[in-house]
Ligand binder design. Structure first.
Ligand code: NAG
Ligand code: NAG
Length: 472
């Protein structure tokens, strides 16, 4: 497709008047060079069209569904090329392709593409969405993990030790054929997007590991191991989902988004890593200890961690948390909890967590109507602030000028009542902003006109394709 359009543009070059010939020659030369270069590119990343549906069946494909107008897709392009090179040169069976989802929108819909860029690994009937950071290493790791077997064997002590060193969280099935094993295989083939799954004979574990009965599913993490209990832990898939993180994490915006899928409340020490007074260090240690020592009590409902700096949390709660402090977030309904007084001791922290658990703690925020309005206003304000911060002159010009005109008009119209005009100004601010705001999002919406908070949510809720799960 690319080549034809390049040819046609060259043909149109020839229609230019003679005096432009020199320029045309230059551009033809560039075109040839580009064509040579891009044919090298195509060897690593294949340009897909609507024949893909029929030709893909025997291969495992990693596909970037992009839109030509989407800035995030452009940013991904060089990374994608590197991914193609890496997978090809390492001898991976995964073929790397990209598809202009606007040109083949029917295909894109069939694959459940809702935003751009969408990265999917297609393996037989299964389609796995990639949601992680868009770096070469992360994407290549994902491709290798998902393309391989859902459950990998650990036949020896050495292999087990080696994997234990490499992975912070290690799921292992122990035992022979059983219904639990079938369940484990199913869960693995679905959740392999997040983590590795292994199976091993009991002999490979160190002597300190004693399993009460076989078969068993065990997770090794946080310097210990924990066994899945069919009666207490509900379904294996929800248990894996809750156990796939270390008990204590350094949390950033992306981890928080990932943690949302576990349905756990997230207890965060908001700290300053460079705090000279070491208050931050104390609070971090406190929450680390609670995570470890109260695991039995809280692990089912809470994820623990710390965050460096309060910028992210502030924008999340549309307020200001002090540093250091503790905040508990309910990512399912966007509510949050703050301790009524600064936390100094372990007892206070445990009491605070208990209060959240038994419903006696005061909840703030939420995803109600008022909160949504507040969010819109807050986002508009922070966009204006960021424009001003990055280029004050442009900011003045963009917002100052219309504001000045509007206020002059308001002043003229309602010389007496001046307060009523403020809402209109807000609306204007918002209107003038849509472009910058698109930039703030991580992903471009499928239809550019349809952007808005609701569309966003759909994106997050409709995470997985129906065809992604083979079984439940
Ligand atoms: C968190 O939000 C979910 C969904 O609204 C709700 O069911 C749950 O009770 C909340 N948890 C707490 C501790 O408020
Ligand atoms: C909830 O937990 C807090 C803190 O442990 C405790 O003080 C309070 O009495 C509890 N409330 C209920 C209703 O259990």
């Amino acid at each position: 497709m690319r080549t034809t359009s390049r040819f046609s543009s060259c043909i149109s070059c020839l229609l230019f008047p003679l005096e432009a010939m020199a320029e045309v020659k230059a551009s033809l030369f560039c075109g040839v060079v580009a064509a040579v270069l891009s044919s090298a590119v195509f060897a690593f990343v294949e340009d897909l069209d609507d024949t893909f549906k029929d030709t893909r069946v025997n291969d495992i494909w990693l596909v970037d569904f992009y839109a030509p107008w989407c800035g995030y897709c452009k940013k991904l392009e060089p990374v994608w090329h590197d991914v193609g090179v890496e997978l090809k040169t390492s001898g991976s069976p995964v073929r790397v392709g990209k598809m202009d989802a606007t040109a083949y929108s029917g295909m894109a819909s069939e694959f459940g593409v809702r935003g751009y860029p969408t990265i999917k690994l297609l393996k037989g009937d299964l389609a796995y969405n990639y949601k992680g950071p868009r770096t070469k290493d992360d994407i290549v790791e994902f491709a290798n993990r998902v393309a391989g077997p859902a459950v990998r064997a650990l036949p020896s002590k050495q292999m087990f030790e080696h994997m234990l060193k490499r992975h912070d969280v290690l799921f292992v099935y122990v035992g022979g054929e059983s219904p639990l094993k079938e369940k484990y295989n199913d869960v693995a083939s679905e959740l392999i997007v997040y983590t590795y799954f292994f199976s091993a004979p009991e002999e490979v574990f160190p002597e300190s590991v004693t399993l009460p009965e076989l078969p068993a599913v065990v997770v090794f993490k946080d310097g210990g191991y924990f066994t899945y209990d069919e009666y207490e832990d509900a379904s294996l898939s929800s248990w894996v989902n809750k156990e796939r993180f270390q008990g204590y994490l350094q949390i950033d915006g992306f981890t928080l988004y990932e943690l949302g899928e576990t349905g756990k409340l997230v207890a965060i020490a908001v700290i300053d890593e460079k705090d000279p007074k070491e208050e931050s260090g104390r609070l971090k240690t406190l929450i680390q200890r609670v995570a470890k020592e109260y695991r039995e009590l809280f692990n089912r409902d809470f994820q623990f961690g710390h965050m460096d700096g309060n910028d992210y949390i502030n924008s999340l709660i549309m307020g200001e948390v002090t540093v250091p402090s503790v905040i508990i977030l309910n990512t399912s309904n966007e509510q949050y909890f703050l301790p009524s007084e600064p936390i100094e001791t372990m007892e206070q922290l445990v009491q605070f967590i208990n209060g959240v658990l038994n419903g006696s703690a005061q909840a703030y925020g939420g995803d109600g109507f008022i909160q949504r309005i507040k969010r819109v206003a807050f986002d508009a304000r922070s966009t204006i602030m960021s424009v001003f911060r990055s280029s004050p002159l442009l900011g003045c010009f963009l917002f100052g000028l219309p504001l000045g005109v509007i206020s002059l008009m308001c002043y003229g119209i309602c010389t007496a009542e001046s307060d009523d005009g403020s809402d209109d100004i807000d609306a204007h601010k918002r209107e003038g902003l849509t472009d910058e705001e698109e930039e703030e999002e991580e992903e471009c919406q499928r239809t550019p006109e349809l952007e808005g908070p609701d569309e966003d949510e759909e994106d997050e809720a409709g995470e997985k394709d129906p065809d992604e799960k083979k079984t439940d």
